[in-house]
Design a protein around this ligand. Structure first.
Ligand code: B12
Length: 229
């Protein structure tokens, strides 16, 4: 039985890989996780590095015309039929408020830790990863053993992430969203808008997974609410 279910996970990983997506671990929900009743297993789906961007960019180039929130629409287009094929229900990280607590779920599913920026850091991918959906199965699927490591931020003395933001948006009191957004919008050099968040880029972990320029610019355009190109 376990072999058959491992096989399901392998087939799922292969299907996701065709879209540049990966499995990001899983967990068996407890009441505090806030998942719908009857959920036996949650598998998280996400992206790390630039692989998803290549699939999304190709699909977008082939699409008829511009759409609002194109990455979210693409995610739905990919994950909805895939979930149906595998007998799962899909929950998405966008579309709120309210939002499903993906960062909390991610910490249950995988070896990720909250970084000083608020983003979750992964020992291999660094800050260059995100979540695209949660697949909910009624069954209790076997889960791979999870090795928990100490956060890479614990031994990072220099903390360049906290020293790099040009407007000091990452403060001891939290992330000053509007200060960040104003700067991304109106900075004449457009350095954050073009190359992405400089605080995120200052992190030394997972350098080989850094997003490319087009992806960085896309996420920043979405963040400031400009039409992303
Ligand atoms: C609302 C939101 C935002 C708001 C944040 C508002 C705020 N005051 O913090 C805004 C629009 C500003 C934002 C921005 C970004 N976000 Co955002 N955001 C979300 C969203 C949709 C909901 C968060 C939420 O309210 N959850 C509800 C609570 C109950 O759930 P939770 O898991 O416990 O949420 C915790 C986090 O929100 C966290 N938190 C607190 N402060 C901050 C600050 C930052 C920067 C982050 C990322 C998280 C964070 O505290 C919450 C309570 O524990 C999530 C997706 C999701 N569904 O989780 C993405 C999410 C948290 N964002 C994400 C990302 C990547 C970003 C950006 C980096 C995108 C970009 N531009 O590249 C930017 C950061 C800006 C920058 N400098 O680059 C990723 C994080 C992935 C990771 N590795 O951890 C998520 C998970 C989306 C995804 N698809 O994976 N975001």
């Amino acid at each position: 039985m376990a072999g058959k279910q491992d096989d399901l996970r392998n087939r799922l990983a292969t299907a996701l890989g065709q879209h540049g997506l990966i499995l990001r671990g899983g967990f068996r929900p407890e009441p505090a996780d806030g998942l719908p009743d009857g959920t036996g297993t949650v598998l998280l789906v996400g992206n790390a590095g630039p692989a998803m961007w290549r699939s999304f960019a190709a699909a977008r180039a082939a699409a008829a015309g511009p759409s609002r929130d194109p990455l979210d629409r693409w995610t739905e287009t990919v994950l909805t039929p895939l979930a149906a094929t595998f007998g799962a229900r899909v929950l998405l990280p966008f579309g709120g408020p309210p939002y499903w607590p993906f960062q909390r779920w991610a910490q249950r599913a995988d070896d990720v830790h909250r970084s000083p920026l608020g983003l979750l850091i992964h020992p291999t991918f660094g800050l260059w990863h995100a979540y695209r959906g949660a697949l909910l199965f009624e069954r209790r699927l076997p889960l791979p053993a999870l090795a928990r490591t100490v956060s890479p931020c614990a031994s990072c003395v220099a903390r360049p992430c906290l020293a790099t933001c040009p407007v000091g948006a990452f403060t001891p009191a939290g992330y000053a969203v509007e200060r960040c957004r104003e700067h991304v919008r109106y900075d004449p050099d457009q350095s954050c808008a073009g190359a992405g968040c400089q605080a995120r880029a200052a992190c030394p972990v997972g350098r080989e997974f850094v997003y490319g320029e087009a992806q960085a610019a896309f996420h920043m355009a979405a963040f400031i609410g400009a039409a992303a190109s």
